[in-house]
Design a protein around this ligand. Structure first.
Ligand code: B12
Ligand code: SF4
Length: 478
């Protein structure tokens, strides 16, 4: 049996991988989803994995089955690929986040959907394919026995920053409204036996690896045991955690000793009511600075997840956020536009405000709904501007100077530097520009801030005119 497994990619994502520099390699790490499906395939099957970001889908080969994984942004491309194979009579099965959260839509394009984990489901898919009854939705068992090692030789390691990514846990017990993880795992969390995780990591040849866990530190007893097991391996690794990790100095010290050099933390916003509106009220912006300081003192860098477009966000949010990020000493950001991904509670509440249902635009980089207190264009421009400003050369140099003097900074300097350069490259290769909406029309926003208001709250026409003229001059360089 010949099985082709595909991770689809379209547009820019495909185009940039051919470049010599800034080709997105830093953001490519091994393809756990398809490697797991490959591992679960029958031993006599010939399995080929194609990552469309870097490879072409083979033509003219006879495959018995095609499996496609897709996040929402890749779903349209997945459907195109499915149509081509089905035309040639090859059955197509789709799994992953988009198909799991939108199985009926996916079933309009493919023969069968694997919802949730592949465990238990993929084996049944193969059985039904052989028996001629393939079709419908196959529900996976999330507590399936995760394989100890994966057939990583099926991907070309030179195309990835590392093929050594793994997980100890999947899912998260919180239920933030915008989050696909919460929707996909239905608020549950699965933990692999520590012994197995440690054994797998010990088998990695390189020193650096990556945990893709959504919230590794959520269960303190479990993570304590895991860190104990990792310490003797003397590896270096990064992971995702929620900000409350910083409340526990002892945990931070144990993480450092076990080789953790960086954390991705979803700070999301500096606005408490925005966090509350998304059921993420457990983040406290007033504590961010102290928390980041503590993490830094333990020699770990912080990449912050930042989101723009909450109903409380006004055009000033972009410059204010940039200032706060600088003030609290964040080392890198992944700045996103709030995206109501289909299948999440946020999507349900935003259905009437959507300005696009082209899933390809649901990549955190496009404004796909009408925001409350600014226009979609302003949201787009402001978010782009933040990315460009944060990753401007002077800002990167300023942060680099700080890394050199922070504890452990010299030893692990390459990690934040590579991350910052990769984002800098993304700004260049994706031509990210944007504009601060306040700068675009200072008169309007200063008025909102109240600086132009007289005692009764009305704008004095002469003052408004003089500010407008002055700001235009400032923009033109006087
Ligand atoms: C690694 C990763 C990436 C890698 C992708 C590498 C790759 N192709 O593997 C990179 C960095 C490129 C990436 C990019 C993006 N990502 Co991403 N990514 C992840 C991450 C952290 C881990 C994925 C993983 O390996 N999981 C472990 C595997 C084992 O689990 P799994 O994927 O669920 O697979 C299991 C089942 O779903 C099922 N399955 C999955 N596919 C298939 C296919 C078949 C045929 C079958 C039978 C079964 C099956 O079987 C697997 C084993 O049980 C997830 C978060 C997460 N924890 O999953 C986010 C995540 C998938 N990403 C997400 C997003 C939004 C993005 C971006 C849009 C934005 C961003 N954050 O940068 C871009 C999209 C780029 C684009 N336009 O295509 C969202 C997806 C939400 C959604 N509904 O689409 C997630 C869930 C993060 C989040 N917190 O919301 N990502
Ligand atoms: S804490 Fe993070 S992973 Fe957990 S539900 Fe919220 S956003 Fe998702």
């Amino acid at each position: 049996m010949r099985i082709l497994l595909i991770s689809p990619a379209s547009g820019h994502w495909r185009a940039i991988s051919e470049r010599r520099w800034f080709n997105g390699k830093t953001f490519r790490f091994s393809m756990l989803s398809l490697l797991t499906v490959a591992e679960l395939s029958p031993p006599d099957a010939q399995v080929q994995i194609i990552d469309e970001q870097i490879e072409q889908i083979p033509e003219g080969h006879d495959f018995d089955l095609v499996g496609i994984t897709a996040m929402t942004a890749a779903a349209p491309r997945a459907y195109e690929i499915a149509a081509e194979f089905r035309e040639r009579g090859v059955p197509v099965v789709m799994g992953g986040f988009h198909a799991t959260l939108n199985p009926n839509e996916a079933l309009e394009h493919v023969d069968a959907v694997v919802a949730g984990s592949a465990f238990g489901a993929w084996e049944k898919v193969i059985e039904d394919l052989r028996g001629g009854s393939l079709g419908g939705i196959y529900q996976g068992d999330p507590s399936g026995d995760i394989p100890d090692t994966l057939p990583r030789h099926l991907v070309d390691r030179s195309d990835y920053v590392t093929v050594n990514s793994t997980y100890a846990t999947l899912g998260c017990r919180n239920s933030c409204k915008f989050c696909s993880i919460a929707a996909f795992h239905k608020g549950e969390r699965f933990q692999r036996p520590v012994r197995e995780v440690v054994r797998e990591i010990a088998s990695f040849e390189e020193r650096f690896f990556l945990f893709i866990d959504d919230n590794l530190t959520q269960d303190r007893d479990y993570v304590g045991e895991l860190l104990e097991g990792l310490r003797p391996l003397r590896k270096k690794w990064i992971t995702q955690a929620s900000i409350d990790v910083a409340d526990d100095e002892a945990l931070l010290a144990t993480m450092r000793d076990a080789g953790c050099i960086g954390l991705f933390i979803g700070l999301e916003t500096f606005n408490k009511s925005a966090l509350d509106s998304q059921d993420k009220g457990f983040n406290s912006p007033e504590k961010y600075r102290a928390a980041i300081d503590r993490i830094h003192r333990h020699g770990m860098f912080v990449e912050a997840g930042i989101v723009f477009g909450f109903d409380t966000d006004q055009p000033e949010v972009f410059r204010n956020t940039l200032e706060m990020l600088d003030r609290i000493g964040i080392d890198a950001i992944q700045a996103s536009i709030l995206t109501p991904l289909p299948g999440t509670p946020l999507f349900e509440s935003m259905k009437r405000r959507l300005i696009s249902t082209d899933w390809e635009r649901y990549d955190y980089r496009h404004a796909v709904f009408s925001p409350s207190r600014m226009t979609a264009d302003q949201l787009q421009a402001g978010a782009d501007w933040v990315i460009r400003e944060f990753y401007s050369v002077p800002q990167i140099l300023k942060r680099a100077a700080r890394w050199l003097v922070m504890p452990g900074g010299l030893r692990n300097f390459l990690y934040p530097l590579a991350l910052n350069l990769a984002y800098f490259g993304r700004v260049k290769s994706f031509h990210i520009r944007g504009q601060d909406p306040v700068e675009e029309n200072p008169h309007e926003y200063r008025r909102k801030e109240g600086t132009l208001l007289d005692a009764e709250g009305a704008v004095h026409p002469l003052r408004a005119l003089s500010v407008a003229v002055l700001s235009r001059r400032v923009r033109r360089g006087l």
